[in-house]
Design a protein around this ligand. Sequence first.
Ligand SMILES: [Zn+2]
Length: 500
Amino acid sequence: MTAKTAPVRTPVADAAPIHHWDPVRAAIDGWEWLARLSEIWWTRSAGRAAIDAASRSHFDALVEFARARSPFYRDAWRGLPARRLRRDELPVVTKAALMARFDDWVTVPEVTLARVELFLADRRQIGERFLDRFVVWKSSGSTGVPGIFVQDSSALSTFDALTALHPDPEQPGTPYSWPLPIHGGRAALVSATGDHFAGIASWQRLCQSSPWIAARGFSIMDPLPRLVARLNAYQPASVASYPTMLALLAAERKAGRLRIDPVRLWSGGECLMPSARAEIESAFGCRVVNEYGASECMSIAFGCSEGWLHVNADWVVLEPVDDDYQPTPPGEASRTVLLTNLANRVQPIIRYDLGDSVIVKPDPCACGSPLPAIQVEGRHDDVVSMTAPDGHVVRLPPLALTTIVEEAAHVHRFQIVQTAADRLTLRLDRHDERRRQAAWRAAAGALRRYLVRQSLPNVRVGLDERGPVADRCSGKLREVVVARTTTGGHSHGSLRTGAR
Ligand SMILES: [Zn+2]
């Protein structure tokens, strides 16, 4: 579930989605979805052994397919025996290695990097079909390299079915994805909307394929009072957003400015911390449904009533590993996790270093789910609280700030540090001084324009002489850091910017 926007560009949000509904395609997709839905339902009803068997069979089929159709994997596995391969025999892959050989990685020759980039350059096509068959989105470069991900209808049907089968913790027995009978079932997505990010692209696709759904996208780039006014006017029955954004909306509702009564909240794109969950649930008086996904794999795991995330193990393989890519035992935090997306054959993602730290629950979950349970420890970015000239505090979602810098300066390794109630500094990589200065000028201009729109013309933006500094505890780079105690405090949210 990975979405975002730059302030300089026209956001797609805030308008009802443009529907290009094709009844024939909808019927085919509908059948595919129904078939997958029943397959998943039967597998899961049969328990853990059946889930593991399905996972093994999907894995073997994917490996065989990748070996036959992907020159990248054929090369990577050249020295391996011709027999059926065990999972641990396959080398780990990284986004950088895959993106460097994009045309060899994909298994459909018409899907080339040049064509996909041309498609992505047109922001009017967010969520539209690429080559009339595929849905495409890009991820941010939180690990230093941006990624481009292509899904075919079979992969999308699988992820739609996985989502549809997750029970709503608020209404047991009802699938989460069923439309709600109140407020006209109106659904709101508050996300980064101005580019082809996974969140907004998959949302637009859903709206286009199901024109009867009342859904609207809202931009996280909007000043909070404006966003609040728009949500008040729309009165959604459900709201989907990042936990840091939901926490900001929760504070607005507590203060009486946000006057909406959704009965369902969906949190994704970032990791939901227990403190943020409690804050959001108490403000809105309803449960938050938590989903763990990434641009590389839309729905990896889904939250249960016990606060754990259950991995869609029949269609997703997650291997928690240490620094040497050796398995981490259950109950211990891994250094990273290897992802295999068993549903997507256009771009096989097999033992891919995703970068998140996870803990596998060593014993069965009290919720009764047969799926393995995990907790995810992603990166932690701070919500920034700044003081406006009239003294009031303006809180900014970290994802808005990182999106602006990435989009304006085309940099993917940086850090935004709040050093005072009216001061932000930017840390950029130092190896090329000319590029660094050009990136600084572009980022500073975009940040200043954004701050003015947030009623913060007084906030100064400076360039830090240091490059980005990784977190001392986790060794990971936090992109947005509050370096001092500021007015209004700040809340934490663990962020996977890759999943916008
Ligand atoms: Zn559970």
